[in-house]
Design a protein. Structure first.
Length: 371
């Protein structure tokens, strides 16, 4: 995929820089709602962009429920009066007390958490003793990924019953993250999603037989999102994340999503150390290093680039077109994994029609916002 971006005013932008294409982001939001069928079915994950402005774009599009992983992300969403925020990450230790302070500070936002162990439940009970049911609690089910979650079964039923019977909490339903359901074939992802939702539905029925309400099933990441979106299960909520901005990895694997690149990295040539090498100022402090060396970004202007070395401040590539580059030349790149890449930058330059129109702070990039 190519991008319709030729930035006309590069002279004033220091590199490496993170650029947000506002039109592409708006397109991605519209496309996501179209796939979901209704904004009420969506609970997008804020971890991808961590910015107030993109969260506002989702809210303006009618998406009122959001998902996040950190308390800073939750605080950012609450500061925008987001009606419903689910923190889908196990909160333990001092973070439980931080959650309580957040809940009381932003009464206009309904907060939810996920748990998969009775110790977590007891820690929550210790800081929410007033019996006002001001916190939604979801049971996190392990649907095959094996990272968090409790296996569906007797112990899980007991834990959900303990949540539902407690005066301080509202049992909000089930949460399942199927990050392992990421096959390139849509048919394979659809088959796996069908199995996962069958298990969730069966377990939901067991809980209802026990006498408990299970109003929601929050499920899915970006790869499985279009498969889950085809289901018409009552209370089903879809929680993709990466599609706010899109990235090179998902573009290569999941073209059916129909997304555009909303995040682009601008880098400059800083050296031509040999006749066939070009060195850019795109070290792994500017693009996420969680992919293998050579697969961390797609250099749009150097399609035959072969990475020689990637260090903190440098990206040196071998290319047959090295002779056409001079120090100071601008090169554009698409990150392989956009979520951790965004977190490396303090702000993003916002682009429209090849011009800089704004600058957005990556407000929730740290564990605490600081106010």
């Amino acid at each position: 995929m190519t991008i319709p971006l030729l930035l006309a005013e590069v002279e004033t932008i220091p590199s490496p820089a993170l650029l947000f294409d506002r039109d592409a982001i708006r397109h991605n939001i519209r496309r996501t709602i179209h796939i979901a069928g209704n904004p009420d079915r969506l609970r997008p994950h804020v971890k991808t962009h961590k910015t107030r402005e993109i969260a506002r774009l989702w809210l303006e599009a009618g998406v009122t429920k959001h998902k996040c992983a950190t308390l800073a992300e939750a605080e950012m969403l609450a500061s925008l009066a987001t009606p419903d925020v689910l923190i889908a990450y196990p909160l333990v230790g001092p973070n439980v007390a931080r959650l309580a302070r957040l809940v009381h500070r932003f009464p206009q936002t309904r907060f939810g958490v996920t748990i998969d162990h009775d110790v977590s439940l007891r820690q929550l009970q210790a800081v929410f003793p007033d019996g006002r049911k001001i916190l939604d609690v979801y049971l996190d089910l392990n649907c095959g990924m094996g990272r968090t979650g409790i296996e569906p079964g007797v112990e899980a039923r007991k834990l959900y019953g303990a949540i539902a019977s407690h005066s301080d909490f509202s049992a909000a339903g089930l949460h399942l993250y199927d990050g392992h359901n990421n096959q390139p074939s849509f048919d394979e992802r659809q088959q796996t999603a069908h199995v996962i939702l069958e298990v969730a539905q069966s377990f939901r029925q067991q809980l209802m037989v026990d006498g408990w309400k299970v109003p929601r099933i929050v499920v899915g990441g970006t790869p499985s999102f279009p498969a889950h979106a085809r289901q018409s299960i009552p209370g089903l909520e879809l929680s993709p994340g990466t599609l706010s901005l899109h990235d090179a990895n998902y573009d290569a694997r999941y073209g059916e999503l129909g997304l555009r690149f909303g995040a682009i990295l601008m880098t400059r040539v800083v050296s031509r150390p040999t006749a066939d090498r070009v060195t850019l100022d795109l070290g792994y402090k500017a693009v996420s290093p969680d992919s293998p060396v050579g697969q961390r970004c797609r250099l749009l202007d150097i399609p035959d680039a072969e990475v020689v070395v990637h260090s903190e401040e440098h990206l040196t590539v071998r290319t047959s077109s090295a002779s056409r580059f001079q120090p100071g030349d601008v090169v554009y790149a698409i990150p392989a994994h956009v979520c951790p890449t965004v977190a490396l930058h303090q702000f993003a330059w916002v682009i429209e029609a090849g011009k800089v129109v704004d600058r957005w702070e990556i407000a929730a990039r740290n564990r605490e916002i600081g106010n």
